[in-house]
Design a binder for this molecule. Structure first.
Ligand SMILES: O=P(O)(O)OC[C@H]1O[C@H](OP(=O)(O)OP(=O)(O)O)[C@H](O)[C@@H]1O
Ligand code: HPA
Ligand SMILES: [Mg+2]
Length: 174
């Protein structure tokens, strides 16, 4: 089946919104250092762009998680594939994600990271699909609320492809 991408958010719209979030974070964390935690792979493109627009001191770390499988996924259990290199103790942490969909990944992850003793812990996501939520997750910074459609680009993949698109699109099948 042939597929094509319908543009949902242009590169300009995404860039402008990331700039706004960067400014907001810089204000909210004035006088502090923020520690950005990127959830691989999807969060990587957004985190790099966001970090460039934050004007307070920034440090970065990366983690990779995966769902256990369809059975346990419904219980919200995720497996850590690559853990953070550094401790979160007493740091002002912002978890950076590409999308919050069902909320399973982030609700589990935030609970786990909270146990590591950060001074503060917030969540920043480029996209949010509120209609799809199964588990409640508090999002502190949201780029865009989007409808319930499967999106790609800016880190988001369809079968590992399209992460490199500089805009957000919807996969459509001809
Ligand atoms: O709210 P949820 O329903 O849990 O879905 C959101 C999660 O799913 C995607 O990651 P994925 O596991 O596909 O890995 P990837 O980032 O490597 O693509 C996305 O990047 C979020 O981490
Ligand atoms: O809409 C989506 N696109 C790509 N990956 C995802 N993971 C959760 N939702 C999505
Ligand atoms: Mg992800």
């Amino acid at each position: 089946m042939a597929e094509h991408i319908r543009v949902l958010l242009t590169e300009e719209e995404v860039d402008k919104r990331i700039q706004e979030i960067g400014e907001q974070i810089s204000k909210d964390y004035a006088g502090k250092q923020v520690h950005l935690v990127c959830v691989l792979k999807g969060g990587s493109f957004f985190m790099c762009e966001l970090a460039k627009r934050i004007t307070v001191p920034v440090s970065l770390d990366f983690m990779s998680v995966s769902s256990y499988g369809s059975d346990t996924k419904s219980s919200g259990v995720v497996k850590i594939v690559k853990d953070l290199d550094e401790s979160l103790k007493d740091k002002d942490v912002i978890v950076v994600e590409d999308i919050v969909d069902s909320g399973r990944t982030l609700s589990y992850l935030l609970e786990m990271l909270r146990d590591r003793g950060p001074a503060s812990l917030r969540l920043c996501t480029l996209l949010d699909k509120p209609e799809r939520r199964v588990i409640d997750v508090h999002v502190d910074y949201t780029g865009f609320n989007i409808p319930d459609e499967f999106v790609v680009g800016y880190g988001l993949d369809y079968d590992q492809r399209y992460r490199n698109l500089p805009y957000i699109g919807v996969v459509e099948f001809d």
